[in-house]
Ligand binder design. Sequence first.
Ligand SMILES: [Zn+2]
Length: 256
Amino acid sequence: MQRLSGSAVFLLFGLLSLIITAAGVAAENAATRQRGLIGLKQFYQTPYYIFDSGRPGPRILIQAGIHGDEIAGIYALEQLLPRLRVHSGLLIIFPRMNPPAIAINRRFFNIDLNRVFPGVPVPDPYEFALAREIYNLVKDNRIEYTLTLHEARTLHNPLRYKSFGQTIVYGIEPPPRLLWSWLQALNKDLPIKEKFCHYYCPQEYGATDVMVRELRLKGGFAVETWRAFDLLRRIDLQQLAVLTFLKQVGLEFSLQ
Ligand SMILES: [Zn+2]
């Protein structure tokens, strides 16, 4: 075998160190996940996870489990958490917003958490204090977009009031224009029965509408999967909704 000349060896080592440095920079640029807690030592204590890239970009909070029996979104976020790397902006993932309600597999424990926003710091019922903490988390992190993952018992029918299955819900008009490109990307490869449609349905004290209105977010939506589908399929659909949304708002991320 021909021996490498001194300058070739030098070039090879140079190239190798360049590759190693580039890999290191790429790793550094991917935000490390940090864990935070809401309701420390309270009945409703629950973790959230912050991916802060340290680079400019959209600031997003995605939450699931505001209603304790709507479980597909919870699993969808918990499965994405270890795989996600964020390369721009900031992303907060909040997989189990309402642990007492999740523990009993009911929509709520004392009172509907999605009807008490922006909450107040009172000890009882706990839902008011929890809502306040979530509201403050969104405010303190200067969140611009929020998604809340829900599930519905009825498939959407424009003639039927409060039929939420397979919809993207918003409550403040006009919705941001990205809703239309997001829906197009989300529905692109879905069969007709699984396609999502938009649904204007304001909820005066609901988490999404209160935060969009009072904290002047650029956008806030509820993702609603229809419970007639298998749980595994609903988890896939929730993940698809989340990932296509992140792309539409311009967050740079990768999945491991
Ligand atoms: Zn719900």
